[in-house]
Design a protein around this ligand. Structure first.
Ligand SMILES: Cc1cc2nc3c(=O)[nH]c(=O)nc-3n(C[C@H](O)[C@H](O)[C@H](O)COP(=O)(O)O)c2cc1C
Length: 173
């Protein structure tokens, strides 16, 4: 795989909000979680946890807590990526609990999204949700922080490619 293959993988990944009824295999979930595991993290503390959901009732509750983003329900598997504040704060104090654990989690999320796409599966980073409701539904400890809901499944749509731009500052070049 050369750089152009990597860029193609990155550029062709799309947020999908319509899933087919095809199930996702356990070994596919294992690969996705392996990709999450190998993301960089501050001090290699890996201050992030993952909650796997298949239960339809739980998926319904999660979709409702995610401001009624009901496409989540149709995904056969839903992963909730959570920052582990406690783990990070023990070594890094305020910077750990307020920043590093969130960065650890988001790095792992991007790894997962790209791996999901590389397997012909699809997903969407869902960040709009009521945090307290999600924590209650999933019985998460007080210091845990849900960062993203990641529905995983086979796409039943062909989303258009959105535009991108980048701002580069060269004053210090
Ligand atoms: C932090 C964050 C939060 C997001 N939250 C949502 C969300 O709640 N619902 C949704 O449908 N998409 C959400 N998205 C997906 C973006 O809308 C999507 O990535 C963006 O429109 C670009 O499209 P693409 O992913 O297909 O390139 C979120 C993405 C990020 C990074």
């Amino acid at each position: 795989m050369d750089v152009y293959d990597v860029l193609k993988l990155i550029k062709c990944r799309r947020s999908v909000r319509r899933f087919s009824s095809l199930d996702v295999e356990k070994h596919q979930i294992d690969l996705i979680l392996d990709a999450a595991k190998w993301a960089p993290s501050a001090g290699n503390l890996q201050a992030r946890d993952f909650i796997l959901i298949k239960d339809i009732k739980q998926k319904r509750k999660i979709a409702s807590a995610a401001l009624n983003q009901n496409f989540i329900i149709a995904a056969p598997v839903v992963i909730v990526a959570c920052a582990n504040r406690m783990k990070s704060s023990k070594r890094y104090g305020f910077r750990g609990e307020s920043l590093y654990c969130i960065q650890d989690t988001t790095a792992s999320i991007q790894n997962m999204l790209l791996t999901i796409h590389s397997m012909g599966l699809s997903s969407c980073w869902v960040g709009a949700f009521d945090e307290k409701q999600i924590k209650d539904i999933l019985k998460m400890p007080e210091d845990a922080c849900p960062i993203a809901i990641i529905p995983v499944g086979y796409s039943d749509e062909n989303p258009q490619t959105p535009t991108r731009s980048i701002e580069i500052h060269k004053e210090n070049w």
